[in-house]
Design a binder for this molecule. Structure first.
Ligand code: ADP
Ligand code: MG
Ligand code: MG
Length: 883
C-alpha cells in the first residue's frame, strides 16, 4: 500500500474526492495545488497509516521511512532547500487533518527543521536574524508542548520574564539577541523537564512530530469532540508535512483566516481577520487582536488599524480572486487559511466553512437563487439539527437592558444564566439543572465540555475566529467574545467591568447577535419563521413524502406545533393531564378506591375536565388527525407519598388514612415499568378507558358542531402485546363512541389503534392489525423492551457502550436501526399484509432524530411525530430522506 501522497509544484497525487484517505486538509491542499493555486509543496501520510499505527502498538512500518524520504525530496526539489542543511535549510510544518474538520482538537507543529546550526543558516539566507530566532523559539515551544508534552506554562513564564527584564510590553519589541537568549533559556527548560537536550537531529524531530500528530487523534479533547459530533473513532487522522512559508518576515508579510461569506449571518461579503508580521497560530490564539480583511468591515466596526484591503492592496486583490474561484469550484462557502510572505500569497487550507444555522439557511437559499446549486442541494445543505438554534427565543427588543459591556457578536442567539468561571463548574451546575454562562479570558480545547454544558459563552479576549467563537458557532451556543473591558479574576470567581462587580452565581444575559452583555435576565420573544427559513421549509415540503405530526398534550404545545408546521398530533399523552394539581386528588381517589363503584365516583369528577382538555386540543387541530393515547403509566406513579396527600384523599373519599395507606402498600410494585400499566389498566379497570373514550368523543362532537370542522380522533391503546387485549379495549371504545353519537345525534369518523412497543406486539402485528386500524411505533418503550435496557438507568453505562462501539449512538436518541429497526420493519410488513391501508407512524424521541427519520422514510411509514420544537427539524429531515 502507498501511504504518502504528494502535492505542489505541478504534482497532485490526490484531490478533493480523497477526504477519507487524505483527510479534509490534505485532500483540499492537493485540490488547490491541482487547480493552480499557490500552495507550499508537501505530502500527506494517509489515514490508513493512522489505523495501522494504532493496530501495531503505536509504531511505524519500516517501509514508511523511504516513502517519507521521497516526500521530503519532493519538497526539496521544488523549494531548492535542503532539510537539515544549514546553508539554506528547509523548514516544514507537520499538520493534523481528519476527514471531518475538528478545529483545534489535534496538534500541529510549525517551523520544524530548526536546530542550533540551521537557525544560523536561516538568519543568513533571510538576512533577518530576528525572524530566524523568533521562528526557532516558536518551534521549541510548540515541539516541547506537542511532542515532548512538557509543561507549557514554564515557557510562557520565561517569555514574560524576558520581556519584563527589558521593560517591553509587546512581543514585537523583542530583538534578535533577545530571542536568541530566550532560545537558550527554553533549551534549559527542556533539559530541566525532560532530562535530555532539545533534539538537534531534524529527522528525529520529524518522526517525533508525525507520531505526536497521530497520537493526538486519541487525546482526551479529540475524543470528547468526536463524541459530541458523532465522528467515529476508526476514521483516524492524516498527517500533512508541508514547506513552511513565513508571515513573520516583516511588514509585507502577514497571515490570516477568511470566509468567502459571513459565517454568522450568511451575507455575501468577504469576512476574515489577519495580522501583519505574524505566524498562523497568532490569529486564532487571540494573542494580538487581529485586523479586519476589508475596508467596509473595518469601517462598520469603527476600528482604526488598516484593513488588509488598505494595507496590502495588491495581495488583497489576488486573495479576493482566489475566494471567488474557490467558491465556484467547491460550490460552497469556504473557510480559508492564507499567509503572505514578503508580498507573495500562499494558500494553506480551504474547507467548507462552519456556519450558524441562520447563515446556513441564507447561504443555501442565496446559492440556489444565484444558480450555483439546485434547490435539492440547498435542502441537503442545511443540517436539520442545527435549525434548533433558530427556533428558540431571542431577546425581546422592547425589554429594558442593563448593558454592562460590549464585545464581538461571535455566535448568535441569546442566553441568560448564572456566571461560572471554569468548565468543571459549568458542567456541575448544568447537571444540577442550572442555566450557566461560562466566562473565560479565552477558551481552549480543554474547555469544550464546559462550553457544551453552558447556555452561552463570554470571553475577554479573542476575535470572531477565536477558538471560543468557532466552537460556539459549531455547537449553536450564543457567544460574545473579545470583551476587552472585562477584568476577570477566575481564582476569586469575580469579574469587574464598568465599575460593576459580578460574582459566580450572579445572573447575566448575553446577546450573541449584538455582542451585548447585560446584568440580570432579559425576557425573550419568539423566533422569526418567515424569510429564508420559510423559503427553505417550503422547498422541503414540496419534496417530502412523510407527514410530520407533533407530540403535544397542552394547548400551548399544540399551538407551537402548528406554527412550526405540524400536520396533526401523533401522540397526546393523557396522563400529563392527570398530574394536574387540581385533579390529582380525584385521580388518587380513583386509584385507591376499593371497587368499581368507588372508581366511578372519582371518574365522574374527571370526565368534564378531560373533555375540556380534548376540546381545546381539537379546536387547535381542527380538521387534522389527533392521536390520543389512553392512560399508560403505572398506577404506582400516582400514589400519594406525603402525610397531607393521604389526608386530602381521605377527606375526599371518606376512607380513613390508615386504610388508604394499606391500599397504597398493596399497589406498590417492584418493577413498575413492566407492571400494572398500559392497557393492563384498561383490562382490569375498563371504566377508566370508558371515561377517557367518552371524553374524547363528546369533545369531538362539540367541536364539530361549533366549528363545522371535525377533528379526526385516533384512539390509541398503549402497551398491547396480544390481539385479545386490543379487541377487549376496542369494544370499550366503540361502545362509548356509539353511546355518545346517539346522545349527540351525530356520527364522526375515528380510528382505534395501538402502540407497538413490545417485541411480542411487533411479532404478532399481523394478528393485531385484524383489530387495530393504525400502529404507532412507541420507540422509547420498544427500545427499552427490545434491548432490555431501562431508559432511566442507562446513563451509568451507555456512554461506555457508545465509546466501545457496542452501539454507534445512544439508542434512545437515535434508533437502533439494526435491532429495534428490524422489529419495526417486520411489524409494518405484517400489519400491512393483514390490512393494506393500515396507518403507520412513529412517536417517541426518535421521531425528531434525522437519522431515525431517514429509516422511517426507507420503510415507508406514513408519518413521524416529534416534540413541537423539533417539527421543523423533522420536516427538513423528511425532505432530505426523500431526495
Ligand atoms: P489547525 O487544523 O488547528 O488549523 P493547521 O495545521 O491548519 O492546524 O495549522 C495551524 C496554523 O499554522 C494555521 O494558521 C496554519 O495556517 C499555519 N500553518 C500550517 N502550516 C503552515 C506552513 N507550512 N506555513 C505557514 N503556516 C502554516
Ligand atoms: Mg487550520
Ligand atoms: Mg410507552
Amino acid at each position: 500500500t502507498q501511504y504518502v501522497y504528494r502535492f505542489g509544484g505541478g504534482v497532485s497525487d490526490g484531490g478533493k474526492g480523497d477526504k477519507n484517505l487524505l483527510g479534509g486538509k490534505g485532500a483540499n491542499l492537493a485540490e488547490m495545488a491541482s487547480i493552480g493555486l499557490p500552495v507550499p509543496p508537501g505530502f500527506t501520510i494517509s489515514t490508513e497509516m493512522c489505523q495501522r499505527f494504532y493496530d501495531e502498538g503505536e509504531r511505524f512500518p519500516e517501509s514508511l521511512k523511504a516513502e517519507v524520504a521521497n516526500g521530503i525530496a519532493h519538497i526539496e526539489a521544488i523549494t531548492n532547500k535542503k532539510f537539515g542543511v544549514a546553508a539554506d535549510p528547509l523548514l516544514v510544518s507537520v499538520r493534523s487533518g481528519a476527514r471531518a474538520s475538528m478545529p483545534g482538537m489535534m496538534d500541529t507543529v510549525l517551523n520544524l527543521g530548526l536546530n542550533d546550526e540551521t537557525v544560523q543558516g536561516l538568519a543568513r539566507v533571510s538576512g533577518d536574524a530576528r525572524f530566524a530566532w523568533d521562528s526557532y523559539r516558536r518551534f521549541i515551544q510548540m515541539y516541547s508542548d506537542v511532542v515532548l508534552e512538557l509543561d507549557h506554562g514554564a515557557f510562557e513564564e520565561a517569555l514574560e520574564i524576558a520581556k519584563e527584564d527589558k521593560g517591553y510590553s509587546l512581543d514585537t519589541e523583542m530583538g534578535a539577541e533577545d530571542w536568541e537568549a530566550l532560545v537558550k533559556r527554553y533549551q534549559a527548560i527542556v533539559v530541566e523537564q525532560w532530562d535530555k537536550p532539545f533534539p538537534q537531529d531534524v529527522h528525529e524531530q520529524l518522526w517525533g512530530a508525525i507520531g505526536a500528530v497521530f497520537k493526538s487523534w486519541q487525546s482526551e479533547r479529540a475524543k470528547v469532540y468526536r463524541r459530541l459530533n458523532d465522528i467515529p473513532g476508526e476514521w483516524g487522522t492524516a498527517v500533512n508535512v508541508q514547506a513552511m512559508v513565513f508571515g513573520n518576515m516583516g511588514d509585507t508579510s502577514a497571515t490570516g483566516v477568511a470566509f468567502t461569506r459571513d459565517p454568522s449571518k450568511g451575507d455575501r461579503a468577504y469576512y476574515g481577520e489577519f495580522l501583519i508580521n505574524a505566524q498562523g497560530e497568532d490569529v486564532v490564539a487571540g494573542i494580538r487582536t487581529p485586523q479586519y480583511l476589508t475596508r467596509e468591515a473595518r469601517e462598520a466596526a469603527g476600528a482604526k488599524p488598516a484593513s488588509m484591503e488598505e494595507a496590502l492592496p495588491t495581495v488583497y486583490g489576488e486573495l479576493a480572486k482566489v475566494f471567488d474561484l474557490l467558491e465556484t469550484h467547491y460550490r460552497d462557502m469556504q473557510d480559508i487559511e492564507f499567509t503572505v510572505q514578503q508580498g507573495k500569497l500562499w494558500m494553506l487550507q480551504t474547507r467548507s466553512g462552519k456556519r450558524t444555522a441562520k447563515a446556513a439557511l441564507k447561504i443555501a437559499v442565496d446559492m440556489a437563487n444565484e444558480g450555483l446549486i439546485t434547490r435539492e442541494e440547498a435542502i441537503a445543505r442545511v443540517d436539520p439539527a442545527a435549525l434548533d438554534q433558530l427556533l428558540h427565543p431571542t431577546l425581546d427588543p422592547k425589554a429594558p437592558r442593563d448593558v454592562i459591556a460590549k464585545g464581538l457578536p461571535a455566535s448568535p442567539g441569546a442566553a441568560s444564566g448564572l456566571v461560572v468561571f471554569d468548565a468543571e463548574t459549568a458542567e456541575k451546575r448544568a447537571e444540577m439543572g442550572d442555566a450557566v454562562i461560562l466566562v473565560r479570558v479565552e477558551t481552549s480545547p480543554e474547555d469544550i465540555h464546559g462550553m457544551h454544558a453552558a447556555r452561552g459563552i463570554l470571553t475577554a479576549r479573542g476575535g470572531m475566529t477565536s477558538h471560543a467563537a468557532v466552537v460556539a458557532r459549531g455547537m449553536g451556543r450564543p457567544c460574545v467574545s473579545g470583551v476587552g473591558t472585562l477584568a476577570i479574576d477566575a481564582k476569586a470567581k469575580v469579574f469587574r467591568v464598568a465599575g460593576r462587580e459580578v460574582r459566580e452565581g450572579d445572573v447575566i444575559t448575553i446577546d450573541g447577535a449584538t455582542g451585548e452583555v447585560m446584568l440580570g435576565a432579559v425576557p425573550t420573544v419568539q423566533p422569526e419563521l418567515a424569510g429564508d427559513f420559510g423559503i427553505l421549509m417550503g422547498w422541503a415540503d414540496e419534496v417530502r413524502r412523510l407527514k410530520v405530526r407533533a407530540n403535544a398534550e397542552t394547548p400551548l404545545d399544540c399551538k407551537t406545533a402548528r406554527i412550526f408546521g405540524a400536520e396533526g398530533v401523533g401522540l397526546c399523552r393523557t396522563e400529563h393531564m392527570f398530574f394536574d394539581s387540581n385533579r390529582i386528588t380525584a385521580v388518587r381517589q380513583m386509584i385507591l378506591a376499593e371497587d368499581e363503584k368507588g372508581r366511578r365516583v372519582a371518574l365522574d369528577k374527571l370526565l368534564p375536565e378531560q373533555r375540556a382538555d380534548f376540546s381545546e386540543i381539537f379546536e387547535i387541530m381542527a380538521g387534522l388527525p389527533v392521536t390520543i393515547r389512553l392512560l399508560d403509566p403505572p398506577l404506582h406513579e400516582f400514589l400519594p407519598h406525603e402525610e397531607e396527600e393521604f389526608a386530602e384523599v381521605a377527606s375526599a373519599t371518606g376512607i380513613g388514612v390508615e386504610a388508604l395507606k394499606r391500599r397504597a402498600a398493596e399497589l406498590h410494585e417492584f418493577n413498575p415499568m413492566l407492571g400494572h400499566r398500559g392497557c393492563r389498566l384498561g383490562v382490569t379497570y375498563p371504566e377508566i378507558y370508558e371515561m377517557q373514550a367518552r371524553a374524547i368523543f363528546e369533545a369531538a362532537c362539540d367541536v364539530a358542531a361549533k366549528s363545522g370542522n371535525a377533528p379526526i380522533p385516533e384512539v390509541m391503546v398503549p402497551l398491547v402485546a396480544t390481539r385479545r387485549e386490543l379487541e377487549l379495549m376496542k369494544a370499550v371504545i366503540d361502545k362509548a363512541a356509539k353511546a355518545v353519537f346517539a346522545e349527540k345525534g351525530v356520527t364522526l369518523d375515528y380510528l382505534v389503534g395501538t402502540m407497538i412497543e413490545l417485541p411480542r406486539a411487533a411479532l404478532k402485528a399481523g394478528e393485531i392489525a385484524e383489530v387495530g386500524e393504525f400502529f404507532s411505533f412507541g420507540t422509547n418503550d420498544l427500545t427499552q423492551t427490545t434491548l432490555g435496557v431501562s431508559r432511566d438507568d442507562a446513563g451509568r453505562f451507555l456512554t461506555t457502550y457508545v465509546d466501545k462501539g457496542i452501539y454507534p449512538k445512544d439508542p434512545f436518541v437515535s434508533l437502533d436501526v439494526e435491532g429495534v429497526g428490524e422489529l419495526i420493519e417486520l411489524a409494518a410488513e405484517r400489519g400491512r399484509k393483514t390490512r393494506g391501508d393500515i396507518k403507520l407512524g412513529i412517536c417517541g424521541e426518535h421521531g425528531g432524530d434525522p437519522a431515525s427519520i431517514a429509516f422511517c422514510e426507507g420503510i415507508g411509514l406514513d408519518y413521524v411525530s416529534a416534540s413541537p420544537y423539533r417539527v421543523p427539524i423533522a420536516r427538513l429531515a423528511a425532505a432530505q430522506a426523500a431526495l
